[in-house]
Design a protein around this ligand. Structure first.
Ligand SMILES: CC(C)(COP(=O)(O)OP(=O)(O)OC[C@H]1O[C@@H](n2cnc3c(N)ncnc32)[C@H](O)[C@@H]1OP(=O)(O)O)[C@@H](O)C(=O)NCCC(=O)NCCS
Length: 331
């Protein structure tokens, strides 16, 4: 059975840079508070005309260029987002339309911050069993429109941001190369600890004026609980995925983790006993772009030479659900 390898990566973020000082004019917060609690210095928020699908399209075009492939070689799209442009249909078909593709299948994955790792696992299964040869996996988010940009919503508004990352995947028979293992988990007992309540089909109408007045359409987070679980689950999952390949954390060239928060990343690094050069962080510049953080980081690492063919790398994510998981890749 072949393994799945990465053929190309790309990312796109909106042009609009929002600094911590910009936010301090919109709510009671400060550059110092945001930097020390989250590590974030600035982030990108959608401007006029930016859509989730348009960002995904831009990221895909770059990933295709990097892979040296034309869009019409793609067999399937797996699109991870928690912030689709519309309630229905999912964003996959909008991306297909923007790419001008024929009627290839597209699948939307609703797994929030872990969406990219889950989408990768699905793509890997399709490729290994021979169903699809070239799969586009995208993580794309517009979180800025899901946040309460006021002092009331400041715990989330300073963290979440917009962006997209894309990878093109295909089979390889090169010995030892490609995606080697996954470790995936979910625990719905914590579903309301990081969620967007409305609109929802359990309500009729799906969103009421009262819900809007109460801010139930905003992303709501129990930050302390998310933190407490994230710093345990991600290292645990990285160890499990590595163990399945006969490796230990010390063996990896690089850990590319979901960019939730720099303090979470620091605790994870300590827990796994990794050196600074074994960890990649870019949350300082992009904030938490949910399903997009890992493919954005991967593209930066590949283009800057931090990841080269043959490197053993680990990917890990944790977020709303709670859902979490990891992957181990011989690049
Ligand atoms: C959100 C988070 C940074 C808050 O940090 P914290 O140390 O837990 O802070 P607390 O919630 O105890 O709040 C401390 C104070 O800061 C205030 N505060 C919250 N957000 C603030 C902001 N942006 N600016 C200034 N003050 C803020 C709180 O209102 C609180 O004030 P109070 O003591 O007067 O009530 C932290 O919980 C966290 O990082 N959680 C994980 C979030 C995450 O990674 N999410 C993504 C997961 S995928």
């Amino acid at each position: 059975m072949p393994r799945t390898r990465f053929l190309g990566t790309g990312f796109a973020v909106p042009d609009r840079v929002v600094t911590n000082d910009d936010l301090s004019h919109l709510m009671d917060t400060s550059d110092e508070w945001i930097r020390t609690r989250t590590g974030i210095q600035e982030r990108r928020w959608a401007g006029d005309g930016d859509t989730n699908a348009a960002l995904a399209h831009e990221a895909t075009v770059r990933a295709l260029e990097a892979a040296g492939l034309e869009a019409d070689t793609l067999d399937a799209i797996i699109y991870a987002t928690s912030t689709p442009d519309h309630f229905a249909p999912g964003n996959g078909v909008y991306l297909q339309r923007l790419l001008g593709l024929g009627p290839i299948p597209s699948i939307d994955v609703r797994n929030q911050c872990s969406g990219f790792v889950y989408a990768l696992a699905m793509a890997d299964a399709f490729i290994r069993c021979g169903q699809f040869h070239r799969v586009l996996v995208v993580g794309s988010e517009i979180q800025s429109t899901a946040m309460d940009i006021s002092t009331h919503g400041r715990d989330t508004a300073v963290i979440f941001a917009d962006g997209a990352g894309a990878v093109i995947l295909g089979p390889t028979n090169e010995s030892g190369r490609g995606i080697l293992a996954f470790d995936l988990h979910g625990d719905g007992t914590h579903a309301e600890k990081l969620w967007v309540d409305a609109p929802g089909s359990m309500y009729n109408p799906r969103m009421s004026h009262e819900q809007i007045d109460e801010g139930r359409h905003f992303l709501e987070m129990d930050g302390k609980e998310v933190f407490r679980h994230a710093v345990v689950r991600m290292p645990e999952s990285v160890r499990a995925a590595l163990a399945a390949t006969g490796h230990a954390p010390a063996d990896i060239k690089l850990l590319v983790a979901h960019q939730a928060n720099l303090r979470i990343a620091d605790m994870m690094q300590k827990s796994l006993g990794l050196r600074d050069d074994q960890v990649y962080n870019n949350i300082m510049w992009y904030g938490n772009t949910t399903a997009a953080t890992i493919p954005i980081a991967l593209d930066e690492c590949v283009r800057s030479g931090r990841i080269v063919p043959g490197d053993l790398i680990a990917l890990t994510a944790f977020g709303s659900g709670f859902l979490w998981g990891s992957a181990v890749v011989r690049w």
